[in-house]
Write a protein that binds this ligand. Structure first.
Ligand SMILES: *[C@@H]1O[C@H](CO)[C@@H](O)[C@H](O)[C@H]1NC(C)=O
Ligand SMILES: *[C@@H]1O[C@H](CO)[C@@H](O)[C@H](O)[C@H]1NC(C)=O
Ligand SMILES: *[C@@H]1O[C@H](CO)[C@@H](O)[C@H](O)[C@H]1NC(C)=O
Ligand SMILES: *[C@@H]1O[C@H](CO)[C@@H](O)[C@H](O)[C@H]1NC(C)=O
Ligand SMILES: *[C@@H]1O[C@H](CO)[C@@H](O)[C@H](O)[C@H]1NC(C)=O
Length: 365
């Protein structure tokens, strides 16, 4: 055992250099000691694990619980599986599998989704997720700050067994979730969290036990792929067997709530040096939604890499890419030149597009 005093000294020694190496906002290089991945998931700046390794708000944690694969986490229990700087998205797995509902009477109840901090960089991606509800004769409403964001109802008919949902859906190109046994609707306002209200549309609740009631926010297309198993699973329904659900979040730097609809409160700093876009080959793009505004950085056309790091966007060697040029290719900063070789003319952008010209040959002699 390490005596408490020795431990304190040890901690002090460990912590001091970290505090000294705190990254100031805007400065685009995390110290080399910062982890660059966790559990096989890459963690690019502005994201980071640990003090001084991230931009404010972009802290992630690496859960190294013994006997388990390390897991990259955002918030308390959302597992990060992919970070895309180019799309400004974070793909997560909602391990809870569904919104935990508290029923007040019968099938009327409510719950919440998310719990990602209101002032943080993340909101649910409006483009990439759906509100998905399974159950018989129920209506679920997605609520954000008191206002209705989405609503859908799911019915079960008297004669059809709900398993018919699965079999019939196959014939409709995967439109499994169209109001019978399941309903699905877009989420037009991306927020960090939502309230969910559940209402029974059938006072007798006769069909209530046909399908387990579940409310999920899920990446678009997920339910179509999972429905067969999910609805099949429900025959031997066990609440502990909830598959983790993929969800896509949008992130932005300097994310601030929009006070008046459509009026952005935050965006690219006028002084470009103060922005998070630290690469000299990066540009800043305003993000403005119904809920919040902010900005993101992107590498300029012809460059790729990390726009948030000094020197992070690197020139793409287009000449090394297959199919870009079938003539003589010269890579340039941010672009490339593609010409037919000397003595040939035509279209160098298509295979065999350059034809030896007699005129050219004469000139070459
Ligand atoms: C970042 O760290 C703060 C303070 O430790 C914590 O409250 C917050 O939940 C963390 N954010 C994320 C997204 O993990
Ligand atoms: C980025 O966005 C494009 C277009 O929506 C999508 O096809 C691609 O899968 C996304 N990539 C990642 C890593 O999210
Ligand atoms: C959820 O239900 C509880 C208990 O019935 C109630 O106290 C609470 O106000 C409800 N919340 C919402 C957002 O409806
Ligand atoms: C449904 O579950 C049964 C028993 O668990 C299994 O044998 C069957 O393959 C499943 N069907 C589908 C379509 O997943
Ligand atoms: C981006 O937002 C900033 C600050 O809100 C604003 O000054 C600027 O005009 C916006 N730029 C564009 C291209 O909309």
């Amino acid at each position: 055992m390490i005596p408490a005093a020795a431990l304190a000294v040890l901690l002090l020694q460990l912590c001091l250099p970290m505090a000294a190496a705190q990254v100031t906002p805007g400065a685009g290089t995390p110290p080399p000691r910062c982890p660059t991945s966790c559990g096989g998931v890459k963690v690019p700046y502005p994201f980071g694990i640990g003090n001084g390794c991230h931009r404010p708000g972009f802290n992630l944690t690496c859960d190294r619980t013994r006997g388990r694969e390390p897991r990259l986490l955002v918030g308390s229990d959302l597992q990060v599986v992919e970070i895309s700087l180019a799309n400004s998205t974070v793909r997560i797995l909602d391990r809870a599998g569904q919104v935990k509902l508290t029923f007040s009477e019968g099938l009327d109840g409510n719950g919440t989704w998310g719990g990602l901090g209101a002032g943080g960089p993340y909101v649910l991606s409006e483009m990439r997720n759906h509100f998905v509800v399974t159950g018989c004769n129920v209506q679920a409403t997605l609520v954000g700050n008191g206002g209705v964001v989405g609503c859908c109802s799911s019915f079960c008919s008297i004669n059809d067994k709900w398993t018919g949902v699965v079999t019939s859906s196959a014939g409709y190109g995967g439109a499994a979730c169209s109001g019978i046994g399941c309903c699905e609707t877009p989420i037009p306002i991306g927020r960090p969290s939502y309230d969910v209200e559940m209402r029974s549309l059938d006072a007798s609740n006769v069909y209530a036990d046909r399908l387990p009631i579940a409310v999920r926010i899920a990446e678009r297309g997920w339910f179509e792929g999972a429905s067969t198993t999910l609805l099949n699973d429900s025959t031997g329904y066990s609440p502990s067997r909830q598959p983790a659900v993929p969800v896509v979040l949008d992130f932005a730097v300097d994310s601030k709530p929009v006070v008046l609809p459509g009026v952005a409160t935050s965006g690219c700093p006028v002084d470009a040096r103060r922005s998070a876009c630290q690469s000299s080959h990066a540009s800043c793009h305003n993000v403005s939604g119904m809920y919040r505004s902010g900005y993101v950085c992107r590498c300029l056309d012809g460059y790729q890499g990390n726009p948030y790091l000094t020197g992070g966007c690197q020139d793409i060697d287009e000449c090394a890419l297959p199919g870009m040029c079938f003539g003589e290719c010269t890579n340039t900063a941010g672009g490339h030149l593609c010409r037919c070789p000397r003595g040939a003319q035509g279209d160098p952008l298509i295979r065999n597009g350059c034809i030896k010209s007699s005129l050219g040959e004469h000139q070459n002699q």
